[in-house]
Design a protein around this ligand. Structure first.
Ligand SMILES: Nc1ncnc2c1ncn2[C@@H]1O[C@H](COP(=O)(O)OP(=O)(O)OP(=O)(O)O)[C@@H](O)[C@H]1O
Ligand SMILES: [Mg+2]
Length: 506
């Protein structure tokens, strides 16, 4: 019945308003069986909203959908699931206290009596899926405690388990290592060759090019193009996305490098990182490269007092300090933009303006109470600078698109005017149009005498921004490369684990 010329899914005139504001306008799109279809666009362009409409999370305000030429009303995620449409969310929504295997079968048990749930089979099936994905995740362990990368893999496994015809992946690769991305691509291609359809949302054009047969570009809620990927150059795609030429980022100008601001000596947390000694000077941007899971975030969390090191010393501006909590860290002039913003950065139900000013209570409350005027002014400045797309500063931050939430959290920490700033994957999920502005801001902060430690898995970012690139692998520092000598190859060589053992050598 599915002849190859018939679309698997057709969207006609899909529009969506939130509180009277239109965020998607008249989107027409045909998705063919057996294609990988990229969806690209700036932060807030409407990609996730469109994905959620297909997956029954949101109802469109106008427009219709058909599957194999049959009109369908996708009224809920359960209906979507029954129709064979699965969405892998931008922020995984697993149940943290259930095991991986339980998460994989969630929603498919059809309320069988507990006693009749075939747990052994479920565990075996889950193990088989993990083997298929080529990942070693213990499926009997609770989801809590899995790395973001592993949680994402479980989300992907879940879509495979439910035998979907249309799998929508919303920025699935952001937290994955290059090896995991390669595995995902192999799996995606296999699914395509079986005749399934995949929507792939990503801000990384090289991934779109490597994986996707066709690409659709959204701008400001409108579909501006659908084309075979091969027919578009990167600059074509960027021009369609942002409607103007891309601002060139000037490589960091040498700022005046001053005294050591942050110094770590033999910082160790067994099982996480070992003998980390490094120094970041005023005016210096030090990169910390490595693969996901190398221990970089653990080091950052130790410096910021979230999970302090077991031994070793931290000095700030030449003085030995004890940092046992983020409060201690902030008191010493540190700021930390965490990688996992969904969990550690955002007060989802609070207004955008409150989220942005959350770390500068003193500056917006010169008297006893918070000045709404100052709060708004600081927030407005940040919104303009980082081009945060929103309906109102009073809107709950949870309503912003993923990339815009991230920009708001960045804005929060930039406002604290820290002397030492630690950034963990700060541009993950940020669109290509804003990255250059963001790099300029980091460059300005360094020029103003701040010491910056930048954790990034994006090699071009490290090369463009950093005075020095340190590399971690398996919990240890494996390289310290000055800017002049730094190349992608050198960083990668130092990042790849030398041992064949899994995990961190104790
Ligand atoms: N529940 C909601 N309530 C109000 N506005 C919303 C809601 N969800 C999304 N929006 C708005 O709709 C617009 C499109 O958001 P969407 O999440 O679809 O963007 P996106 O293209 O996925 O961006 P990103 O690349 O940052 O993930 C944004 O302006 C966002 O603030
Ligand atoms: Mg999104």
């Amino acid at each position: 019945m599915t002849n190859p010329e018939t679309a698997l899914l057709s969207a006609r005139g899909i529009s969506k308003q939130f509180a009277g504001i239109e965020v998607l306008s008249d989107v027409d799109l045909d998705l063919m069986p057996g294609e990988i279809h990229a969806l690209v666009g700036e932060n807030g362009a409407g990609k996730s909203t469109f994905a959620k409409i297909l997956a029954g999370v949101y109802r469109p305000t106008r427009g219709s959908l058909s599957l194999n030429d049959q009109h369908v009303d996708i009224t809920s995620p359960i209906v979507a699931q029954k129709l064979g449409v699965t969405l892998i969310h931008q922020e995984p929504i697993s149940f943290p206290d259930l095991s991986v295997a339980e998460n994989l079968v969630l929603g498919r048990l059809n309320s069988a009596p507990l006693a009749r749930i075939p747990w052994q089979k479920i565990t075996r099936d889950a193990q088989a899926l993990m083997a298929l994905l080529g990942v070693s995740i213990d499926v009997t362990k609770p989801m809590r405690g899995l790395s973001i990368a592993d949680q994402q893999m479980v989300e992907i496994a879940r879509s495979l388990a439910s035998n979907s015809r249309l799998i929508i992946m919303d920025e699935p690769t952001a937290p994955l290592t290059p090896k995991e991305v390669a595995t995902l691509f192999v799996i995606a291609r296999r699914l395509r060759d079986e005749g399934r359809t995949i929507i792939f949302i990503s801000h990384r054009l090289e991934e779109v090019r490597a994986l996707c047969d066709r690409v659709t570009v959204f701008r400001d809620g409108h579909k501006v193009a659908t084309e075979r990927t091969a027919n578009l150059s990167d600059s074509d795609i960027i021009r369609l996305m942002i409607g103007r030429p891309l601002k060139e980022y000037m490589h960091k100008q040498g700022s005046i490098i001053g005294e050591v601001a942050l110094k770590l000596t033999n910082l160790t947390l067994p099982g996480k990182f070992h003998d980390i000694s490094l120094a970041v000077k005023k005016g210096e941007i030090v990169g910390l490269g490595g693969l996901v899971g190398a221990g970089r975030t653990d080091v950052a969390q130790a410096i910021f007092g979230i999970a302090p090191a077991a031994s070793g010393a931290i000095e700030v501006n030449g003085k030995l300090v004890k940092i046992n909590s983020p409060t201690d860290a902030i008191a010493h002039g540190l700021a930390f933009v965490p990688e996992d913003r969904a969990q550690s950065g955002i007060f989802r139900t609070l207004a955008v303006e409150q989220n942005i000013t959350a770390a500068i209570a003193k500056r917006i409350a010169p008297a006893m109470f918070i000045s709404r005027f100052l709060e708004r002014r600081f927030a407005q400045d940040s919104v303009a600078k980082l081009r945060i797309r929103l309906a109102s500063l009073r809107q709950p931050i949870g309503e912003l698109s993923g990339g815009n939430q991230q920009k708001a959290i960045l804005a929060r920490w930039l406002l604290t005017d820290p002397s030492i700033l630690i950034l963990d994957e700060p541009t993950r999920g940020i669109d290509i149009g804003v990255k250059a502005e963001f790099y300029d801001m980091i460059g300005e902060l360094a020029a103003g005498g701040r010491a910056i430690l930048l954790i990034s898995s994006e090699l071009p970012e490290l090369l463009a921004l950093c005075d020095r690139v340190l590399v971690m692998s398996e919990g240890r520092l494996t390289a310290d490369i000055p800017r002049r000598e730094a190349t992608q190859e050198l960083i990668m060589q130092a990042a790849v684990p030398r041992s064949t053992h899994q995990g961190v050598a104790a």
